[in-house]
Each structure stands twice: as C-alpha cells, then as structure tokens.
Design a protein around this ligand. Structure first.
Ligand code: GLN
Length: 607
C-alpha cells in the first residue's frame, strides 16, 4: 500500500508545480545556471522516515538557510548571553541584504539578515578563521546527517561580486561586532552559503530542529535541546526576511529560505519539511516553496497556533476496583470487606502527551471524585509524554490529596525515562515522591492494603485444609481421612513451588500459612500475576480434572507451609466413598464459575 501521505505530497507537487512565476536569483551570477523547473518536496517524521516527491536528490547551494544552523552553533558554543550582546532577535522588516544595525549598539537586528548572519559566523567556536570554518562545516553536517560539499563556482562567484556584504562586514568591524579580520569572517560566510544540499537534506535538518536537536536517523544531538527553542523563535519571526509576518500569519511554522531556492520549515515535535524550487519572488523566497508550505499547513493543520487536542483527551476513562478488583483471593470476610469499599479505589487511564492543560483537567476530575475516594491510581500505560510543568502540578495534587487522607499513585510508567525523570524532579526534598507500580494489580492491592489497615484484626492467620472451599460440605470424618493422607511441606520466601509447563505432577496444594503468587510469563520477558493466595486457599487443583501440565508458575511470596494431596490418594478414597467425588467436583465447579464471573466482569470494564 502506498502511504497516504506520499500520495498527498505527490498531488501537492503536481498542483503547485503548475506555478511558473518568479525569477532565478541573478545577483550572484552563478545562480542563474540553476534549472528553473526543478521542484522537490520532502517531509521527514520524528522517527526518521522521509517522504519525498520530485527533485529531492538534486543539490543546490544552501545560501541563507545556513544562517539558522550557524546561529544554532554560535548559541551552543558561546551561550545565549554573549551571542545576544552581538546580534539581536528583533525582526527588521527589511530585505535580507539591508544594512540595518541598531543605531545605538551597532548590533544587527537579527541573525537571519545578512548583517546578523555574518556577525554570527564570527561567533562560532575556533581560534582561527580556519578552525571556525571547520566548526561551521561540522555543525551543518550534524544537522544534515552527513558532511556537505562546497560548490566552488558559486563560492567564487559570490566572493567576486559580494561587495555589499563586504561593506556590511566592515561596518560590523567598525562597531566592534566582529573582533578579528572581517574579510576572513566574511569568507567563511560566503563558504557556508555555498555548501550543497538536497531538499531531502533540508528536510532532515528541519526534522532535527523539530526533534529537540537530535537527528532522527543518526540519533546524534546536533544542538542542546535548550537552544532549539531560541533558534526556532528567531526563525519564526525573522526567517523569511520582510515576508516574515505574512509567513507566520499564513503558514505558522518556524522557517528559513535561501536564494538558492530552498526552504526549511519546522513543525516542532512532528515534522521537518524541505522544499526546493529556485524561482524566487521579489523578496527572495521560493514561489512554489511558499505555496506548498501554505497548503501543507492548511490541509494538515500544522500552523503553530492551530487548535491542539482538547485537554480532556488526556483522560481516557475512569473505573474503580469494584469493576476490576485485585487478583488476590483473600478469605471471604476480607473479600467482602474489600468488596464493600472497592468503589473508593479509582483508576484513571491517562492518554497521549500530558501537558499542563491536560493535567489540569485530570486534577479537576479527581477533586470532584475525592469525597468518595480512598486511593487514585493513574494508569500511565498509554501516556506518550509528560511535561515537566504538568508533573509539578500533579505532584502538588498528590500532596494536597494526601493531606485529605487520599493516596495518589502511578502504575505502568514502565521504563520511560523522561516521564520518570519529570515525576521524580517534581517531588520536593524530604518527600519520597510518587509511588510507582509495575502493573495495576500491584497498585490496587496496595490500595486494598490501605483499606485493610483500617479493618484492624481481621487479617487472615494460619488455616487448615478444612477452611478450603474445596471441602465445603464434606463430612468431618472424610476430611480427617484426607488430612491423614496429605503431607506437610514448607517453602521459603521467593521459592518456586510449581513451574509453568511442568508435567505429570498430580498434586493439589492447600496453604496453611503464608502467601503465594500465581504468575504467567509475558512475551516481553516479564511476568503477569494472575492471582495471589492466602491461608485457607488451594492451588494446583486442576490436577483433579486430569490436567497433567501446569498452566502457570507458583512462587512463595513469604515463608509458606502447605498440605499436599496426591490426586491418586484422593481417587483411592473416592472409590471407597463416592460422595467425596461428587462434593469435590461440585465445589471445584463453583470455584471455577466464580473466577469466570470475575474475568467476565473485568473484560466488560476494560472493553
Ligand atoms: N549568500 C547570499 C547573500 O549573502 C545569501 C542570501 C540569501 O540566501 N537570502 O546574499
């Protein structure tokens, strides 16, 4: 199947390709040799997939687009403060080659016009112009994902004719914005403008900015994440020269164009776009490039100020432990105590990227539910991300709820480091932060224990075989004979009692003291607990039904004492007393029916 987005881009290319307006840049003579019909569009996703249409491999000189990436390098090398003292961030509203400097400081208005860009080229790390050129090449290579070659002819052509830029460089020297030899700095600027890129390269460079500074294919950080916002801000306000206002108004993406016919446009966190079509409008922007971006923005809703997902999307649903109780099977009196209160344990299933607006909605819901709630479990399984500020608010909510005696815990964060880091950072010193659980069952069991703590002395002590529901209704004398043929065995905490897949083990286990967990392995190598059992309960009873292969593993959670009954012994007793078999099978069927009901209820709640 062809990717629908590919089909869409082909259509866009076909339609916008009809436009024949605009002229090749001619003030750099060599640029008139470009093919005016060339046209390519490339879109790169955050996981590094490139959708390309048209002339996306053809190379051309990067020109002014380099300014954004060299500015990025200067910020990374020298820090925002120093860079800001030499180059401003105000849109000039002037043409790219205007000689506009702040009348007081002499600093260029912004790094996207030539004056600011030439100053910026002099700011990157390196103690000689050669070392700085090295740095510029490396920086651009990191963004593109590979080294870029230089177009000697274009470089010579601009160097021979670029007198206006020469004048700008000397003015910058005059105002103390350039420290060393202004002609050496200008030479680096001419070189950086003559680096060759394809529109595919541009799309990856844009995608790297969209991806927090990390190249989506090489995985290399081209720019510290903190600086990305700064670069994008300047691109948004100044990237399209004296068309910047209209561009933001209509397209709404941080972008940068060059007189070689290229445009990069960034949709933060979503896409990088590269376009190549060398016919330019009067302001020096690619005519088709602008049109293609306008349509892309409109049809895909990519404008920076477009409406985002509604905050309520953050909360997928709410249910309680009445619908999905823990898998622990405690004695009846404990279970009925918990059942009465199960509605006070609430799961909130969160979803998507949770920012401040989403978390505000979730907290408001919890406040509303608080009067009938003992514990909240935030299920983070479907959460893609959590902003730092959202984590802070969530933490405040946790402390506020705790003051009212209500617990707020998280489950299924798994190993998502960014979320864990934000949750951890949000906790103040002296506070242990969010309690995190591997799965909802463990979380709900913890919440049940909080309820049980209020129950007092009902916690189950040691039991005998007679407490097992399996022997309900059995005459005392038969029970005694069963006890006589059974054997006692102890297990230490952590010991495996039964192994899944284990064959030919015809024994039934009755817990006298301690707790065990029944586990099944998952595909990812983890285990899922399907039940936890306490004294007075049995396991392995399927052996009575002739099942010879164990369908789950059983581990001792504490030191455990069991009575073990061989199925063959039981069968022998049943031959003498047929009533035994009937009672046993009935009780067994009742137990299985109860579990089936529970499973059905669970499926219903989760569907
Ligand atoms: N090298 C060109 C110049 O300085 C870049 C201009 C541009 O792409 N807008 O004039």
């Amino acid at each position: 199947m062809k990717a629908p987005i590919q089909g869409y881009l082909e259509q866009l290319h076909e339609q916008v390709g009809q436009i024949d307006e605009g002229e090749l840049a001619s003030y750099i003579p060599e640029l008139t040799k470009a093919d005016p019909k060339a046209f390519g569009i490339c879109l790169v996703t955050m996981d590094g997939v490139a959708y390309a249409v048209g002339d996306t491999q053809q190379t051309f000189t990067i020109q002014s687009i380099s300014k954004a990436f060299v500015y990025a390098a200067a910020l990374a090398d020298r820090g925002q403060e120093l860079v800001a003292s030499k180059v401003g961030v105000e849109p000039s509203g002037d043409a790219f080659n205007s000689i506009s400097l702040d009348p007081q400081s002499g600093a260029p208005f912004n790094p996207m016009i030539n004056a600011g860009a030439i100053a910026t080229s002099g700011l990157v790390a390196g103690s000689t112009p050669q070392a700085q050129w090295q740095r510029i090449q490396e920086a651009l290579a990191d963004f593109a994902g590979h080294p870029l070659a230089l177009d000697e002819a274009v470089y010579r052509s601009e160097s021979d004719t670029g007198h206006r830029n020469r004048a700008i460089a000397w003015m910058l020297k005059n105002f103390g914005i350039i420290d060393g030899d202004p002609m050496a700095v200008l030479d680096n600027y001419f070189r950086q403008c003559s680096l060759l890129v394809s529109c595919r390269d541009l799309a990856f460079m844009a995608a790297t900015l969209a991806n927090g500074g990390v190249h989506p294919q090489t995985g290399k950080a081209a720019l510290p994440a903190d600086e990305v916002e700064r670069v994008l801000s300047v691109m948004a306000t100044c990237g399209m020269y004296d068309y910047a206002g209209s561009w933001l108004y209509e397209v709404g993406m941080p972008a940068k164009s060059g007189v070689g016919g290229g445009i990069v446009a960034v949709v933060p966190g979503r896409f990088g776009v590269g376009i190549f079509s060398p016919r330019l409008d009067a302001k020096g922007n690619s005519v088709r490039g602008i049109e293609a971006c306008k349509r892309l923005s409109r049809q895909f809703g990519l404008h920076a100020f477009a409406r985002r997902d509604h905050p309520s999307m953050a909360l997928e649903r709410i249910f309680s432990a009445a619908q999905v109780p823990s898998r622990r099977q405690p004695p009846l009196e404990v279970r009925s105590f918990l059942d009465e209160r199960a509605g006070s344990i609430k799961y909130l299933i969160l979803h998507g990227f949770i920012a401040v607006d989403g978390v505000e909605y979730v907290i408001r819901k919890m406040q509303k539910l608080a009067p009938t709630t003992h514990s909240f479990i935030l299920d983070m399984h479907q959460v893609d991300g959590l902003s730092e500020s959202a984590a802070r608010l969530l933490n405040q909510a946790r402390l506020g709820l705790a003051a009212e005696g209500i617990a707020l815990v998280c489950s299924r964060v798994h190993k998502r480091q960014a979320i864990l880091a934000h949750l951890g950072k949000a906790a103040r010193s002296g506070d242990r932060g969010f309690l995190l659980f591997e799965d909802n069952d463990l979380a709900v069991e913890w919440c049940e224990n909080r309820l049980l703590a209020e129950m007092g002395d009902l916690a189950p002590g040691p039991r005998g075989m007679g407490d097992s529901l399996m022997f309900r209704g059995l005459p005392a004398e038969l029970l005694q004979r069963i006890e006589q043929v059974s054997q006692r065995r102890s297990y230490t905490s952590g010991e495996q009692i039964l192994r899944i897949g284990q064959e030919g083990d015809g024994r039934v286990f009755f817990i006298e003291s301690g707790h065990v967990s029944i586990l099944v392995p998952l595909q990812n190598g983890n285990h899922q607990r399907i039940a936890s059992l306490c004294p007075g309960m049995e396991f392995g009873e399927m052996a009575l039904l002739g099942q010879t292969t164990r369908s789950a593993s059983v581990f001792a959670d504490t030191d455990v004492s069991c009575r073990i009954l061989e199925v063959t012994d039981l069968e022998r007793l049943a031959e003498e007393a047929p009533k035994l078999e009937i009672i046993l099978l009935k009780n067994l069927a009742r137990g299985i029916a109860a579990r089936l009901r529970g499973a059905n209820q669970c499926i219903q709640a989760l569907a």
